[in-house]
Design a protein around this ligand. Structure first.
Ligand SMILES: [Zn+2]
Length: 436
Protein backbone atom coordinates (compact mmCIF):
# COMPACT_ATOMS: atom_id res chain seq x y z
CA UNK A 1 0.00 0.00 0.00
CA UNK A 2 2.73 2.44 1.02
CA UNK A 3 4.78 1.82 -2.11
CA UNK A 4 1.92 1.92 -4.56
CA UNK A 5 0.50 5.10 -3.02
CA UNK A 6 3.79 6.96 -3.19
CA UNK A 7 4.79 5.59 -6.59
CA UNK A 8 1.39 6.10 -8.23
CA UNK A 9 0.44 9.45 -6.65
CA UNK A 10 3.72 11.23 -6.01
CA UNK A 11 6.14 10.26 -8.76
CA UNK A 12 4.04 11.32 -11.81
CA UNK A 13 3.73 14.86 -10.41
CA UNK A 14 7.45 15.48 -10.08
CA UNK A 15 7.97 17.37 -13.34
CA UNK A 16 4.80 19.42 -12.94
CA UNK A 17 5.77 20.33 -9.40
CA UNK A 18 9.15 21.66 -10.51
CA UNK A 19 7.37 23.73 -13.16
CA UNK A 20 4.82 25.04 -10.68
CA UNK A 21 7.63 26.01 -8.29
CA UNK A 22 9.31 28.10 -10.98
CA UNK A 23 6.06 29.82 -11.99
CA UNK A 24 4.98 30.60 -8.43
CA UNK A 25 8.46 31.92 -7.58
CA UNK A 26 8.15 34.27 -10.52
CA UNK A 27 4.86 35.53 -9.08
CA UNK A 28 6.38 35.96 -5.61
CA UNK A 29 9.29 37.97 -7.06
CA UNK A 30 6.90 40.25 -8.92
CA UNK A 31 5.30 40.97 -5.56
CA UNK A 32 8.70 41.86 -4.11
CA UNK A 33 9.55 38.65 -2.25
CA UNK A 34 12.73 36.59 -2.62
CA UNK A 35 10.72 33.42 -3.30
CA UNK A 36 7.44 31.76 -2.34
CA UNK A 37 8.87 30.53 0.98
CA UNK A 38 9.70 34.10 1.98
CA UNK A 39 6.21 35.20 0.86
CA UNK A 40 4.60 32.54 3.06
CA UNK A 41 6.72 33.50 6.04
CA UNK A 42 5.83 37.18 5.62
CA UNK A 43 2.52 36.66 7.42
CA UNK A 44 4.14 36.37 10.85
CA UNK A 45 5.11 39.96 11.66
CA UNK A 46 8.86 39.22 11.58
CA UNK A 47 11.59 38.49 9.05
CA UNK A 48 11.66 35.06 7.35
CA UNK A 49 14.89 34.25 9.24
CA UNK A 50 13.43 35.24 12.61
CA UNK A 51 10.37 33.16 11.93
CA UNK A 52 12.39 30.09 10.93
CA UNK A 53 14.40 30.52 14.15
CA UNK A 54 11.17 30.74 16.18
CA UNK A 55 9.89 27.43 14.77
CA UNK A 56 13.28 25.84 15.57
CA UNK A 57 13.10 27.16 19.13
CA UNK A 58 9.63 25.67 19.63
CA UNK A 59 10.78 22.35 18.17
CA UNK A 60 13.70 22.19 20.61
CA UNK A 61 11.23 22.67 23.50
CA UNK A 62 9.08 19.72 22.48
CA UNK A 63 11.77 17.45 20.98
CA UNK A 64 12.59 15.52 24.20
CA UNK A 65 8.92 14.53 24.49
CA UNK A 66 8.88 13.38 20.86
CA UNK A 67 12.09 11.41 21.39
CA UNK A 68 10.56 9.60 24.37
CA UNK A 69 7.47 8.73 22.34
CA UNK A 70 9.62 7.55 19.42
CA UNK A 71 11.75 5.32 21.66
CA UNK A 72 8.71 3.74 23.28
CA UNK A 73 6.80 3.26 20.01
CA UNK A 74 9.81 1.71 18.24
CA UNK A 75 10.17 -0.75 21.12
CA UNK A 76 6.52 -1.74 20.95
CA UNK A 77 6.68 -2.18 17.16
CA UNK A 78 9.77 -4.36 17.56
CA UNK A 79 7.91 -6.46 20.15
CA UNK A 80 5.02 -6.93 17.77
CA UNK A 81 6.78 -7.47 14.44
CA UNK A 82 10.26 -8.74 15.37
CA UNK A 83 13.75 -7.63 14.35
CA UNK A 84 13.33 -8.48 10.66
CA UNK A 85 10.56 -5.91 10.27
CA UNK A 86 11.39 -3.27 12.89
CA UNK A 87 14.86 -3.25 14.43
CA UNK A 88 15.38 -2.24 18.06
CA UNK A 89 17.58 0.65 16.95
CA UNK A 90 17.59 3.14 14.09
CA UNK A 91 14.63 4.81 12.41
CA UNK A 92 11.06 3.47 12.47
CA UNK A 93 9.74 2.05 9.21
CA UNK A 94 7.21 4.60 8.09
CA UNK A 95 4.59 2.10 6.92
CA UNK A 96 4.14 0.71 10.44
CA UNK A 97 2.72 3.82 12.06
CA UNK A 98 -0.91 3.52 11.00
CA UNK A 99 -0.98 6.54 8.69
CA UNK A 100 0.17 6.86 5.07
CA UNK A 101 2.45 9.81 5.91
CA UNK A 102 3.34 8.66 9.44
CA UNK A 103 2.04 12.04 10.53
CA UNK A 104 -0.30 10.89 13.29
CA UNK A 105 0.04 7.54 15.02
CA UNK A 106 -3.28 7.25 16.87
CA UNK A 107 -4.39 4.38 14.64
CA UNK A 108 -1.81 2.07 16.21
CA UNK A 109 -2.76 2.98 19.77
CA UNK A 110 -3.75 -0.65 20.37
CA UNK A 111 -0.12 -1.68 19.75
CA UNK A 112 1.34 0.77 22.27
CA UNK A 113 -1.48 0.84 24.85
CA UNK A 114 -0.20 0.09 28.35
CA UNK A 115 -1.75 -2.98 29.94
CA UNK A 116 -4.60 -2.08 32.28
CA UNK A 117 -4.17 1.68 32.14
CA UNK A 118 -4.57 1.60 28.38
CA UNK A 119 -8.19 0.50 28.41
CA UNK A 120 -10.18 3.70 28.72
CA UNK A 121 -13.44 1.87 29.33
CA UNK A 122 -15.52 3.92 26.90
CA UNK A 123 -15.52 5.30 23.38
CA UNK A 124 -17.12 8.69 22.78
CA UNK A 125 -18.53 7.48 19.46
CA UNK A 126 -20.31 4.61 21.22
CA UNK A 127 -21.65 7.00 23.86
CA UNK A 128 -23.03 9.31 21.17
CA UNK A 129 -24.73 6.40 19.44
CA UNK A 130 -26.15 5.03 22.70
CA UNK A 131 -27.72 8.42 23.50
CA UNK A 132 -29.30 8.65 20.06
CA UNK A 133 -27.13 11.47 18.71
CA UNK A 134 -27.24 12.18 15.00
CA UNK A 135 -24.93 14.52 13.06
CA UNK A 136 -27.06 17.62 13.67
CA UNK A 137 -27.33 16.92 17.38
CA UNK A 138 -23.53 16.57 17.53
CA UNK A 139 -23.13 20.01 15.94
CA UNK A 140 -25.71 21.42 18.38
CA UNK A 141 -23.64 20.00 21.22
CA UNK A 142 -20.55 21.69 19.75
CA UNK A 143 -22.45 24.96 19.52
CA UNK A 144 -23.49 24.38 23.13
CA UNK A 145 -19.87 24.56 24.27
CA UNK A 146 -19.34 27.95 22.63
CA UNK A 147 -22.72 29.15 23.96
CA UNK A 148 -21.63 28.11 27.46
CA UNK A 149 -18.71 30.55 27.10
CA UNK A 150 -21.15 33.33 26.21
CA UNK A 151 -20.88 33.33 22.40
CA UNK A 152 -24.16 34.09 20.57
CA UNK A 153 -25.89 31.07 19.01
CA UNK A 154 -25.14 30.21 15.39
CA UNK A 155 -27.47 32.01 12.96
CA UNK A 156 -30.52 30.32 11.47
CA UNK A 157 -28.78 30.32 8.07
CA UNK A 158 -25.95 28.15 9.46
CA UNK A 159 -28.43 25.33 9.97
CA UNK A 160 -30.14 25.85 6.62
CA UNK A 161 -27.04 26.26 4.47
CA UNK A 162 -24.36 24.08 6.05
CA UNK A 163 -23.62 20.66 4.67
CA UNK A 164 -23.63 18.59 7.85
CA UNK A 165 -24.08 15.15 6.33
CA UNK A 166 -23.14 13.69 2.96
CA UNK A 167 -25.87 14.39 0.39
CA UNK A 168 -27.34 11.20 -1.07
CA UNK A 169 -27.84 12.53 -4.60
CA UNK A 170 -24.33 13.69 -5.59
CA UNK A 171 -20.59 13.39 -5.04
CA UNK A 172 -19.05 16.00 -2.74
CA UNK A 173 -15.67 16.71 -1.17
CA UNK A 174 -16.03 15.30 2.33
CA UNK A 175 -12.83 16.88 3.73
CA UNK A 176 -14.22 18.97 6.62
CA UNK A 177 -14.05 22.74 6.23
CA UNK A 178 -15.55 25.97 7.59
CA UNK A 179 -16.74 28.89 5.49
CA UNK A 180 -17.54 32.57 5.83
CA UNK A 181 -19.55 33.40 2.73
CA UNK A 182 -20.42 37.09 3.15
CA UNK A 183 -17.80 38.20 5.71
CA UNK A 184 -20.68 38.94 8.08
CA UNK A 185 -23.04 36.26 9.37
CA UNK A 186 -23.31 33.67 6.63
CA UNK A 187 -21.00 31.17 8.31
CA UNK A 188 -21.25 27.48 7.48
CA UNK A 189 -19.49 24.16 7.83
CA UNK A 190 -19.11 21.52 5.15
CA UNK A 191 -18.74 17.99 6.51
CA UNK A 192 -19.91 14.45 5.92
CA UNK A 193 -20.36 13.91 9.63
CA UNK A 194 -20.44 10.40 11.02
CA UNK A 195 -21.40 9.61 14.60
CA UNK A 196 -17.88 9.03 15.91
CA UNK A 197 -15.41 10.40 18.45
CA UNK A 198 -13.21 11.77 15.65
CA UNK A 199 -16.00 13.72 14.01
CA UNK A 200 -17.16 15.04 17.38
CA UNK A 201 -13.71 16.61 17.77
CA UNK A 202 -13.69 17.82 14.14
CA UNK A 203 -17.01 19.64 14.69
CA UNK A 204 -15.45 21.65 17.53
CA UNK A 205 -12.46 22.38 15.28
CA UNK A 206 -14.54 23.66 12.36
CA UNK A 207 -16.85 25.70 14.60
CA UNK A 208 -13.73 27.38 16.01
CA UNK A 209 -13.11 28.81 12.53
CA UNK A 210 -16.73 30.00 12.27
CA UNK A 211 -16.76 31.72 15.68
CA UNK A 212 -13.43 33.37 14.87
CA UNK A 213 -14.80 34.60 11.51
CA UNK A 214 -17.88 36.04 13.13
CA UNK A 215 -15.91 37.64 15.97
CA UNK A 216 -13.81 39.76 13.56
CA UNK A 217 -16.62 40.66 11.16
CA UNK A 218 -16.56 44.34 12.22
CA UNK A 219 -12.89 44.69 11.23
CA UNK A 220 -11.94 46.30 7.88
CA UNK A 221 -11.67 43.80 5.04
CA UNK A 222 -7.87 43.35 5.22
CA UNK A 223 -7.99 42.52 8.93
CA UNK A 224 -10.67 39.84 8.62
CA UNK A 225 -8.36 36.92 9.36
CA UNK A 226 -6.63 35.16 12.21
CA UNK A 227 -3.82 36.94 14.09
CA UNK A 228 -1.69 34.45 12.16
CA UNK A 229 -2.83 31.31 10.38
CA UNK A 230 -1.80 29.12 13.33
CA UNK A 231 -4.33 30.98 15.52
CA UNK A 232 -7.18 30.17 13.15
CA UNK A 233 -6.36 26.45 13.26
CA UNK A 234 -5.90 26.41 17.04
CA UNK A 235 -9.16 27.89 18.39
CA UNK A 236 -11.45 24.92 17.85
CA UNK A 237 -8.79 22.49 19.04
CA UNK A 238 -8.41 24.51 22.24
CA UNK A 239 -12.09 23.96 22.90
CA UNK A 240 -11.85 20.28 21.90
CA UNK A 241 -9.14 19.73 24.55
CA UNK A 242 -11.93 20.39 27.04
CA UNK A 243 -13.81 17.26 25.92
CA UNK A 244 -12.66 15.45 29.06
CA UNK A 245 -14.51 12.57 30.76
CA UNK A 246 -15.84 15.07 33.32
CA UNK A 247 -17.21 17.22 30.50
CA UNK A 248 -18.94 14.18 28.99
CA UNK A 249 -20.60 13.63 32.38
CA UNK A 250 -21.75 17.27 32.51
CA UNK A 251 -23.50 17.02 29.16
CA UNK A 252 -25.11 13.70 30.08
CA UNK A 253 -23.13 11.47 27.71
CA UNK A 254 -21.17 9.52 30.31
CA UNK A 255 -22.35 8.16 33.67
CA UNK A 256 -20.31 9.39 36.61
CA UNK A 257 -19.62 5.77 37.56
CA UNK A 258 -17.81 5.19 34.25
CA UNK A 259 -15.38 8.12 34.53
CA UNK A 260 -11.92 6.51 34.22
CA UNK A 261 -9.95 6.57 37.48
CA UNK A 262 -6.78 8.65 37.68
CA UNK A 263 -4.64 5.57 36.95
CA UNK A 264 -6.08 5.56 33.42
CA UNK A 265 -4.70 9.03 32.72
CA UNK A 266 -1.60 7.56 31.10
CA UNK A 267 -3.77 5.79 28.55
CA UNK A 268 -5.72 8.97 27.79
CA UNK A 269 -2.53 11.00 27.46
CA UNK A 270 -0.74 8.42 25.34
CA UNK A 271 -3.71 8.27 22.99
CA UNK A 272 -3.58 12.08 22.63
CA UNK A 273 0.21 12.08 22.23
CA UNK A 274 0.14 9.49 19.44
CA UNK A 275 -1.69 12.12 17.39
CA UNK A 276 -0.62 15.48 18.76
CA UNK A 277 3.02 14.87 19.71
CA UNK A 278 3.81 12.48 16.86
CA UNK A 279 2.61 15.18 14.46
CA UNK A 280 5.05 17.89 15.56
CA UNK A 281 8.18 17.04 13.51
CA UNK A 282 5.99 16.26 10.49
CA UNK A 283 4.19 19.59 10.83
CA UNK A 284 7.55 21.32 10.89
CA UNK A 285 9.35 19.56 8.06
CA UNK A 286 6.71 19.91 5.33
CA UNK A 287 7.49 23.61 4.97
CA UNK A 288 11.18 23.25 5.85
CA UNK A 289 11.38 21.09 2.73
CA UNK A 290 9.40 23.60 0.68
CA UNK A 291 11.36 26.61 1.95
CA UNK A 292 14.41 24.76 0.61
CA UNK A 293 12.73 23.96 -2.70
CA UNK A 294 11.48 27.52 -3.25
CA UNK A 295 14.85 29.08 -2.35
CA UNK A 296 16.72 26.68 -4.64
CA UNK A 297 18.71 25.23 -1.73
CA UNK A 298 17.09 21.91 -2.64
CA UNK A 299 17.63 21.45 -6.40
CA UNK A 300 14.95 19.88 -8.59
CA UNK A 301 17.32 16.92 -8.99
CA UNK A 302 17.36 16.34 -5.22
CA UNK A 303 13.69 16.45 -4.19
CA UNK A 304 13.53 12.86 -2.97
CA UNK A 305 16.91 12.78 -1.20
CA UNK A 306 16.16 15.99 0.69
CA UNK A 307 12.70 14.68 1.64
CA UNK A 308 14.08 11.39 2.98
CA UNK A 309 16.83 13.25 4.82
CA UNK A 310 14.38 15.53 6.64
CA UNK A 311 12.00 12.68 7.43
CA UNK A 312 14.95 10.93 9.04
CA UNK A 313 16.36 13.97 10.76
CA UNK A 314 13.13 15.23 12.35
CA UNK A 315 10.81 12.22 12.56
CA UNK A 316 13.35 9.42 12.82
CA UNK A 317 11.55 7.37 10.16
CA UNK A 318 12.63 5.73 6.93
CA UNK A 319 10.82 4.48 3.81
CA UNK A 320 10.13 0.72 3.79
CA UNK A 321 11.65 0.31 0.31
CA UNK A 322 14.53 2.01 -1.50
CA UNK A 323 13.77 5.41 -3.05
CA UNK A 324 15.58 7.31 -5.80
CA UNK A 325 15.18 10.50 -7.80
CA UNK A 326 12.53 9.02 -10.10
CA UNK A 327 10.24 9.15 -7.04
CA UNK A 328 8.47 12.11 -5.46
CA UNK A 329 7.09 11.07 -2.08
CA UNK A 330 6.57 14.70 -0.99
CA UNK A 331 4.06 15.03 -3.83
CA UNK A 332 1.95 12.26 -2.31
CA UNK A 333 1.01 14.58 0.57
CA UNK A 334 -2.04 16.63 -0.43
CA UNK A 335 -0.85 20.04 0.78
CA UNK A 336 2.31 19.96 -1.33
CA UNK A 337 0.81 19.79 -4.85
CA UNK A 338 -2.17 21.83 -3.58
CA UNK A 339 0.30 24.53 -2.38
CA UNK A 340 -1.30 24.89 1.04
CA UNK A 341 1.21 26.28 3.58
CA UNK A 342 1.68 23.85 6.44
CA UNK A 343 3.51 25.63 9.27
CA UNK A 344 0.08 26.79 10.47
CA UNK A 345 -0.64 23.25 11.68
CA UNK A 346 2.64 23.04 13.56
CA UNK A 347 1.93 26.37 15.24
CA UNK A 348 -1.68 25.39 15.94
CA UNK A 349 -0.56 22.21 17.74
CA UNK A 350 1.54 24.32 20.05
CA UNK A 351 -0.82 27.30 20.39
CA UNK A 352 -3.86 25.20 21.29
CA UNK A 353 -2.12 24.07 24.48
CA UNK A 354 -1.04 27.62 25.24
CA UNK A 355 -4.62 28.87 24.83
CA UNK A 356 -6.00 25.91 26.77
CA UNK A 357 -3.63 26.48 29.67
CA UNK A 358 -4.51 30.19 29.76
CA UNK A 359 -8.24 29.34 29.75
CA UNK A 360 -7.77 26.81 32.54
CA UNK A 361 -5.86 29.32 34.65
CA UNK A 362 -8.53 31.97 34.06
CA UNK A 363 -11.19 29.50 35.18
CA UNK A 364 -9.28 28.86 38.42
CA UNK A 365 -8.37 25.25 37.61
CA UNK A 366 -5.92 23.78 40.11
CA UNK A 367 -5.47 20.09 39.14
CA UNK A 368 -3.30 18.50 36.44
CA UNK A 369 -3.68 20.45 33.23
CA UNK A 370 -4.98 17.56 31.10
CA UNK A 371 -8.04 17.09 33.32
CA UNK A 372 -9.25 20.68 33.01
CA UNK A 373 -12.41 21.64 31.16
CA UNK A 374 -13.36 25.30 30.97
CA UNK A 375 -16.92 24.52 29.79
CA UNK A 376 -19.44 27.08 31.02
CA UNK A 377 -16.90 29.72 32.00
CA UNK A 378 -18.15 33.11 30.79
CA UNK A 379 -15.02 34.99 31.90
CA UNK A 380 -12.91 32.79 29.62
CA UNK A 381 -15.38 33.43 26.80
CA UNK A 382 -15.19 37.20 27.24
CA UNK A 383 -11.41 37.16 27.10
CA UNK A 384 -11.34 34.74 24.19
CA UNK A 385 -13.74 36.97 22.28
CA UNK A 386 -11.48 39.96 22.95
CA UNK A 387 -8.65 38.16 21.15
CA UNK A 388 -10.79 36.78 18.33
CA UNK A 389 -12.49 40.08 17.55
CA UNK A 390 -9.07 41.71 16.90
CA UNK A 391 -8.74 39.58 13.77
CA UNK A 392 -5.52 40.47 12.03
CA UNK A 393 -5.63 44.15 13.00
CA UNK A 394 -2.59 43.90 15.29
CA UNK A 395 0.64 41.86 15.18
CA UNK A 396 -0.01 38.38 16.56
CA UNK A 397 2.00 38.87 19.78
CA UNK A 398 -0.54 41.57 20.73
CA UNK A 399 -3.42 39.14 20.20
CA UNK A 400 -1.62 36.39 22.11
CA UNK A 401 -1.05 38.78 24.99
CA UNK A 402 -4.72 39.72 25.19
CA UNK A 403 -5.73 36.13 25.92
CA UNK A 404 -2.67 34.53 27.54
CA UNK A 405 -0.76 37.49 28.97
CA UNK A 406 2.33 36.37 27.04
CA UNK A 407 3.81 37.63 23.76
CA UNK A 408 5.82 34.44 23.14
CA UNK A 409 4.70 31.39 21.22
CA UNK A 410 6.03 28.49 23.21
CA UNK A 411 5.85 24.72 23.56
CA UNK A 412 5.90 24.91 27.36
CA UNK A 413 2.14 24.40 27.84
CA UNK A 414 2.17 21.32 25.60
CA UNK A 415 5.09 19.92 27.59
CA UNK A 416 3.21 20.59 30.84
CA UNK A 417 0.04 18.88 29.57
CA UNK A 418 2.00 15.71 28.76
CA UNK A 419 4.26 15.85 31.84
CA UNK A 420 2.75 12.76 33.54
CA UNK A 421 3.12 10.83 30.28
CA UNK A 422 6.74 11.93 29.84
CA UNK A 423 7.57 10.70 33.35
CA UNK A 424 5.88 7.37 32.58
CA UNK A 425 7.63 7.03 29.21
CA UNK A 426 11.00 7.71 30.83
CA UNK A 427 10.42 4.76 33.17
CA UNK A 428 9.35 2.48 30.28
CA UNK A 429 12.32 3.57 28.18
CA UNK A 430 14.92 2.97 30.88
CA UNK A 431 17.84 1.01 29.41
CA UNK A 432 16.35 1.00 25.91
CA UNK A 433 18.16 2.51 22.94
CA UNK A 434 17.00 6.02 22.11
CA UNK A 435 17.44 8.14 18.97
CA UNK A 436 18.46 6.81 15.60
ZN1 LIG B 1 -9.02 23.95 10.27
Amino acid sequence: MWTSWNDAVGAPMRGDYAKMTAISNEGARELGYRDVGALWRSGYDMSPEQFAALTDKIWKEVEPLYMALHTYTRWKLNEKYGDAVQAKTGPIRSDLLGNMWAQEWGNIYDIVAPKGAGDLGFDTGELLKAKGYDAVKMVKQGEGFYSSLGFAPLPETFWKRSQITKPADRDVICHASAWDIDNQDDIRIKMCTKVSADDFVTIHHELGHNYYQRAYKAQPMLYKNGANDGFHEAIGDTVALSITPDYLVKIGLLDQARVPSADKDIGLLLRQAMDKVAFLPFGLLIDKWRWGVFSGQIPTTGYQAAWDKMRLQYQGIKPPVARDETKFDAGAKYHIPAAVPYTRYFLARVLQFQFYKAACEQSGWKGPLHRCSFYGNKAVGTKLNAMLSMGQSKPWPDALQVFTGSREMSGAALVEYFKPLKAWLDVQNKGKPTGW
